[in-house]
Design a binder for this molecule. Structure first.
Ligand code: SF4
Length: 317
């Protein structure tokens, strides 16, 4: 799972706003909390963390009132990340720690893994790389226990980025190789790009400055699509930035694929989405276990339901 976590689309936002109005009218507090969390999530992904925080704060209050620890963990985790992104670093990290406590109190290992990975991503902002690496290690152990291969691959890659930022070159390479082995095992079409970026990191070279198109073009071409992914390197194009760029590119491609290019058959897509809609892990827009927007994830042939709910015989285009 290297990308369908984001789909900040206006139609989705409009649909969520309608759902929120309906939930408010019906007095459905849980639905309100779920929709507010999704709205906060897409606003964060759209680069509007200040407005996202308002939605997420309301969602967190509702989740707390309901006593739903798993929902509280999800909302607080997103609120924490969004606050960090908005510049409120220490309050955000406090929320991320509360999210982890809520996930543990709720006894949900998927929620705990997500909370650990989120906390790990934020801790370096206050100079606590040691604790961040410990959180990544715990998250990896949980992904293995849960057989969440996609989650494990992604956490390894983020750990590789952090190791590279710390100058721990051998550990960064080892973590990157672990991630790549899993991306390949999953049949992730982005695997060659991760390989290429790790090689560039290893050689100390850099890709053409700011050129995400150069990274995404081979995968899009193989899919018969035009290379229209936005050029947004999201950081320096050498050292750790080479590794970070691979993840940014993978997510950009997922957004592209999710914007209209069907990569599985209509029947497969229908069954997958129907399964998600009746699933207790579905927020109304996202899968809470992997954080993905299901309308994006369900289109991608290599994607899987983290708990195996999608029918296996429908994964081919
Ligand atoms: S069916 Fe699977 S992918 Fe869909 S919401 Fe449930 S757990 Fe997530």
């Amino acid at each position: 799972m290297t990308g369908p976590a984001q789909q900040p689309s206006d139609p989705l936002r409009a649909s969520l706003e309608q759902s929120l109005a309906a939930a408010r009218q019906a007095g459905d507090v849980k639905k309100q909390a779920l929709v507010l969390a999704d709205l906060g999530y897409i606003l964060t992904q759209s680069g509007d963390p200040r407005h996202a925080v308002a939605f997420l704060a309301e969602a967190a209050g509702l989740a707390r009132g309901l006593g739903d620890k798993i929902l509280e963990a999800d909302v607080l985790g997103q609120q924490g990340l969004t606050s960090v992104q908005a510049g409120d670093v220490r309050p955000g990290i406090e929320m991320l720690k509360q999210a982890l406590a809520a996930a543990r109190a709720g006894g949900d290992l998927f929620a705990e893994k997500t909370a650990l990975a989120r906390l790990a991503s934020a801790l370096p902002a206050v100079g606590d790389a040691v604790q961040a690496l410990a959180c990544y290690d715990q998250a990896i152990a949980l992904t293995r226990h849960l057989k969440d291969t996609a989650g494990e691959a992604e956490v390894h890659w983020f750990a590789a980025i952090l190791q590279a930022e710390l100058g721990a070159r051998d550990r960064a390479l080892a973590a990157g190789r672990e991630a790549i082995a899993l991306f390949k095992k999953l049949g992730d079409p982005n695997a060659p790009m991760f390989v290429s970026q790790l090689e560039k990191y290893q050689s100390g070279g850099s890709p053409p400055a700011g050129d995400l198109k150069a990274l995404t073009a081979p995968v899009l071409a193989a899919a018969g699509a035009a290379p229209t992914v936005d050029a947004n390197p999201g950081g320096p194009s050498q050292g750790p930035g080479v590794l970070r760029m691979a993840m940014t590119a993978a997510k950009s491609m997922a957004r592209y694929f999710g914007s209209g290019m069907k990569t599985v058959s209509a029947e497969t897509l229908r069954v997958r989405l129907q399964t998600c809609e009746s699933c207790e892990q579905f927020t109304g827009a996202r899968c809470r276990l992997c954080g993905c927007f299901t309308t994006v994830k369900a289109r991608l042939p290599h994607e899987k339901c983290p708990i195996g709910k999608w029918p296996a015989n429908l994964v081919r285009s």
